[in-house]
Design a binder for this molecule. Structure first.
Ligand SMILES: Nc1ncnc2c1ncn2[C@@H]1O[C@H](COP(=O)(O)OP(=O)(O)OP(=O)(O)O)[C@@H](O)[C@H]1O
Ligand code: SF4
Ligand SMILES: [Mg+2]
Length: 368
């Protein structure tokens, strides 16, 4: 993804017409992430968890980020909100622009504290690790409010109780006095949403907000998130490994694989015309009746596993699992670029079978 960083690092005013499609995709975004690299420096070596991620979230939309376990979804979100554990993790390259106000990478702890919870907030993958077990939930929400708003303790608690009511917790005044362990998983997730939305953020990073919940509670929580989004106008970056959740919730989707985005387009196009072999595999592995493979009823899986992020192969990261691998794939890594079978949907893909010759030094057949 360095090609995107380079193209943005040296903009020329007269270049508007010659702007790259990837650059255009990032225009006017609420959040614009370009070439983000967050690595973990471990005793075993450098884990390239996020290795050149570019994505953008528009105002008021829900962007889905989907991919298998370990592909860097959570680390991307933690990088955006400035909570990567350091050491061993560090953002070593890239740019995170929020509202066109400048780069959040290296913005400093104080600036990030001001933005976090106030303008960008996060629902974490594990609610029990982000709710403090020894404090009552109402107090935790009230404290989050008082971090960013100059209000009295009483006013903050009143707002916290109001938020608990808004997220559908019955008897919110009584429940505010509960400790996290006294609540069910679904209720805890509602508390997390209440806390995340308490300061009316412009962007909500929701990391697998429903994975641990049963299907009916999952549907209720997704519905709640949609209603909160409508009411507040916030944008959501929704991380999930569930294509069904993507279909229900998102307008656009970024598919991640082994630390990079491999495909990006709107949700209808992704389901109707997936281009990257990994995306095709993900869609084919959706259970019968929900995915593309529904007719035969044969549930397909993607063979193999995600490559070791300590030792990535030369060339395409998906090569060892791809049925269409060819010589070019082992020579160099394709960029994320507009597909040459462009379908008018701002469809970006990182695969030598589809990238536009204008974006790449040569077409696959020229290299093999
Ligand atoms: N503190 C850490 N130290 C070393 N490696 C880490 C650390 N945190 C994350 N990683 C590695 O970074 C990679 C990406 O992790 P991440 O949590 O972002 O994956 P994910 O896509 O969110 O997966 P899941 O769907 O399982 O939540 C993984 O290989 C993980 O082992
Ligand atoms: S670049 Fe090659 S190996 Fe990678 S997804 Fe495309 S065809 Fe498969
Ligand atoms: Mg995760």
């Amino acid at each position: 993804m360095s090609e995107q960083v380079e193209s943005r690092a040296s903009p020329k005013a007269s270049d508007a017409a010659a702007q790259s499609p990837v650059q255009a995709e990032h225009e006017a975004a609420l959040l614009d992430v370009v070439g983000l690299k967050t690595h973990f420096f471990t005793f075993g070596g450098v884990v390239k968890a996020v290795d050149g991620v570019s994505l953008s979230v528009r105002r008021g939309e829900t962007l889905g980020v989907v991919g298998e376990s370990g592909c860097g979804k959570s680390v991307t979100a933690l990088s955006i909100i400035g909570l990567v554990p350091d050491p061993p993790g560090r953002t070593v390259a890239g740019r995170i622009d929020f509202e066109g106000r400048g780069d959040l990478v290296g913005a400093g702890a104080e600036a990030m504290r001001e933005i976090r919870g106030n303008e960008i907030s996060m629902i974490f993958q594990e609610p029990m690790t982000s709710l403090n077990p020894v404090f009552r939930v109402g107090m935790q929400i009230a404290e989050a409010i008082r971090l960013h708003r100059k209000v009295s303790k009483k006013e903050a608690m009143d707002s916290a109780i109001e938020m608990l009511g808004l997220v559908g917790i019955p008897s919110p005044m009584a429940r505010a006095r509960d400790y996290p362990h006294q609540l069910s998983g679904g209720m805890r997730q509602r508390v997390m949403i209440a806390m995340a939305m308490a300061c009316q953020p412009k962007l909500l990073l929701a990391d697998e907000p429903t994975t641990a919940l049963d299907v009916t509670v999952q549907a209720q929580i997704l519905d709640l998130m949609n209603r909160m989004k409508e009411a507040s106008g916030a944008a959501i970056m929704l991380i999930t490994h569930d294509m069904g959740v993507i279909a229900e919730m998102c307008q656009r989707v970024s598919v991640m694989y082994a630390g990079v985005v491999v495909e990006h387009t709107d949700v209808q196009t992704l389901f109707a015309n997936p281009l990257h072999p990994y995306t095709v595999g993900l869609l084919d592995s959706i259970p019968r009746g929900r995915g593309r493979g529904g007719v035969s009823g044969q549930l397909k899986t993607i063979p193999g596993i995600v490559p070791n992020l300590l030792h990535l192969p030369k060339g395409c990261r998906f090569q060892d699992r791809c049925s269409q691998v060819h010589a070019a794939c082992r020579q160099s890594e394709p960029p994320l670029a507009r597909s040459f079978d462009e379908d008018g949907a701002g469809h970006l893909v990182r695969c030598w079978l589809h990238v536009s010759p204008a974006e790449t030094p040569a077409r696959p057949q020229d290299q093999s």
